[in-house]
Each structure stands twice: as structure tokens, then as C-alpha cells.
Design a binder for this molecule. Structure first.
Ligand code: HMG
Ligand code: MG
Length: 298
């Protein structure tokens, strides 16, 4: 059967806002994070401590986390390397995420590294984070297809993912960065991990909805026993270093599906929709989430 409870890992303030054209004021970001926490989201990934020239949209990371203070202490942040980790440690943060690529081309474009040297960059980062008592999530991007290399074989993803777990990463989030995956491929990928000895409880799924497959893919993940799903309030998002990466699975769409299936999640849908409707006003365009559009009008 399906799991009775799902953990929603909210990535809107990070994956959602990293791809915005304009600069969003830090006060707006702060309010966004606070409202998401207040809506009951158990995890809100807040920002990234990456190179500010690579992602200028998140150059205010330290300021945002400073403003959030104790309320943001448990919000995960992305760190690609030891420099990023140092910045997170200075602020007393407790949860970081490293982000790898399953493909050579995206490792070069997103991290300026090869498949092998990205792992050399993460190893000391993860080791020091764990030694400092932090939780470490590891992402793998391009788990289904890559805009430059085409379809990506599950074995290639398992190889990278298991090396990150062996470093000590607590959780592995499998990303469909450009949203090309379909349900059968999700099943095959999760099975490839479990066949290789990975406990399904350590896996999370991270879908972008570019081809409208995200909810169908979640359902395949649920059937395979995965209980953590990444989503972005209002369906904001995309990766600035991946051609054709558009919005993430909208958190509201995910909540609507889970409610229909009778699966617990702990999120207040009304408060979440109100937050996304407010954010759409800030950004000056309607939310791409069908559920936000339906409920914000009614
Ligand atoms: P690099 O140019 O190779 O960096 O970039 P470097 O290690 O050679 O260092 C060069 C300079 O940058 C040095 O300064 C460093 O101190 C500085 P200098 O000595 O020259 O004055 N530097 C930093 N400064 C601030 N914070 C840092 C940092 N690191 C180095 N953390 C690097 C390598 C990894 C830094 C760069 O490629 C980068 O920042 N990439 C981030 C790209 C990114 O954020 N992409 C989006 C997130 S991934 C995603 O969205 C996918 C996901 O959602 C899952 C999915 O959908 O699949 C997670
Ligand atoms: Mg993403």
C-alpha cells in the first residue's frame, strides 16, 4: 500500500527564487520563509551559500539567515564546498545540502567540476559538516535526462548517489532537473537504488514539472515507498544552469494529491495558497500552480 505520511521538503525560497530575473528584496524573502514555516511545512530550504557571481539572486543569503535568526536555524541551505560550509557555520546553521550532478556536462556547467572532482569537493565539506553536528542532504541532479547528454541511465545515478551516501549524507534527493522523467522511469530508478542496497527511507524525490509529469511521478514514488518529496510553493523555480528547467512541482498540487489519497502531511493548504498568491503579486505574475489558481479565486 501507500505510505500513511509524507514529509514535504519545501524548496521555494531556494530553488524557486534562484531563477528569478529580477532581484527580490530580502524582506520579501524573509516573509516568504516565515509564512511557509507558519503554514506547517516541516522543512523549508531557505537559500544557498554559493558563489554570488554564479547565483546573484541568492547573494543576500547571509543577510536573510541573519534576519531569520533562531527561526531559520533549522532551515537547510545549499553549500557546494567548504567555503559555503564556513559561511553556514558562522551563522550557526544546522542543516546543509551539497548538490552533485549525475552527468559530466552538468557538473561542468553548474559546478565548474568533473564528475570526479565534484565528489572531491564534497568529501571534506560533508566530513566537516558531520563533525560539526550538522545534518547533510545530498542532491543528485539530472537523474532522468540531461539537456546536453540525453537520457541518463539509472546505474549512473546510483553510482554517484551511493558515493554521496558513503560520505555520510543523511538523505539523497534525486532530481529531475529538467522535468523529462515519467512514472516508469521513477519506478526503475528507485528499484535500482534498493537493488544496490540503499534503504528507501534515505531517498527523496525532487521533480520539476516542465513536462507536466510531476504528480504522476510522485505517485510512482509513493508506490515504491519513498516518503520525502521536494516541492516549491506556487510552483516557482528552475535552475539557471540547466536549459529548459522550469518550475518545480508546486507544493499546493502535491498537498492536493496527498489529501485525496488520505496521506498525512501536516500542511495548512489555505495558508499555503494565501502565501503563494501573495508571492505571485510580489513577482508580478500569476502562479503556475493549477491548485493555487483554482483556490486563490474561490
Ligand atoms: P569556481 O569558480 O570553480 O570556484 O566555482 P573556486 O573554487 O575556483 O573559487 C573561486 C573563488 O570563488 C574563490 O575566491 C572562492 O573563495 C570563491 P577568490 O579566492 O578567487 O577570491 N568561492 C565562494 N565564495 C562564496 N561562497 C562560496 C564560494 N565558493 C568559492 N560557496 C562553485 C565553483 C561551486 C563555487 C560555483 O560553481 C558555484 O557557486 N556554483 C553554484 C551553482 C548553483 O547554485 N546552481 C543552482 C543550484 S543546483 C540546482 O538547482 C539543482 C537542484 O535543485 C536539484 C535538481 O533540480 O536537480 C538542487
Ligand atoms: Mg531543482
Amino acid at each position: 500500500g501507500l505510505p500513511g505520511r509524507v514529509r514535504i521538503y519545501e524548496v521555494g525560497p531556494r530553488d524557486g527564487l534562484q531563477n528569478e530575473q529580477g532581484v527580490i528584496p530580502v524582506e520579501v524573502k524573509e516573509e516568504f520563509v516565515r509564512r511557509l514555516l507558519a503554514a506547517g511545512l516541516p522543512v523549508v530550504e531557505a537559500t544557498s551559500f554559493v558563489h554570488p557571481r554564479w547565483v546573484p539572486q541568492l547573494a543576500d543569503a547571509a543577510e536573510l539567515m541573519g534576519r531569520l535568526g533562531d527561526d531559520g536555524r533549522d532551515c537547510p541551505v545549499l553549500v557546494p564546498n567548504e567555503r559555503g560550509l564556513d559561511r553556514a557555520l558562522e551563522l550557526g546553521l544546522r542543516h546543509v545540502a551539497v548538490f552533485a550532478s549525475a552527468t559530466e556536462t552538468f557538473a561542468a556547467k553548474n559546478l565548474n567540476r568533473t564528475l570526479e572532482t565534484q565528489l572531491e569537493m564534497f568529501a571534506p565539506t560533508v566530513e566537516r559538516a558531520l563533525a560539526a553536528g550538522m545534518d547533510v542532504r545530498a542532491y543528485v541532479s539530472m537523474c532522468f535526462g540531461d539537456p546536453w547528454e540525453g537520457p541518463v541511465a539509472p546505474e549512473q545515478v546510483v553510482e554517484v548517489g551511493q558515493r554521496l551516501l558513503a560520505m555520510g549524507a543523511t538523505e539523497l534527493s534525486l532530481g529531475d532537473t529538467i522535468g523529462v522523467g515519467t512514472a516508469g522511469h521513477v519506478t526503475a530508478l528507485v528499484e535500482a537504488f534498493t537493488a544496490a542496497g540503499t534503504d528507501v527511507d534515505r531517498l527523496a524525490l525532487h521533480f520539476h514539472d516542465t513536462y507536466g509529469q510531476a504528480l504522476s511521478n510522485v505517485q510512482a514514488g509513493l508506490r515504491a515507498g519513498v516518503t520525502t518529496y521536494d516541492a516549491s510553493a506556487g510552483g516557482l523555480g528552475g535552475c539557471p544552469y540547466a536549459q529548459s528547467a522550469t518550475g518545480n512541482l508546486a507544493t499546493e498540487d502535491l498537498v492536493w494529491l496527498l489529501d485525496g489519497l488520505g496521506i498525512d502531511h501536516g500542511v495548512d493548504l489555505e495558508a499555503l495558497v494565501a502565501t503563494s498568491a501573495w508571492m505571485a503579486q510580489q513577482l508580478g505574475r500569476p502562479s503556475p500552480s493549477a491548485v493555487v489558481r483554482a483556490l486563490a479565486q474561490s
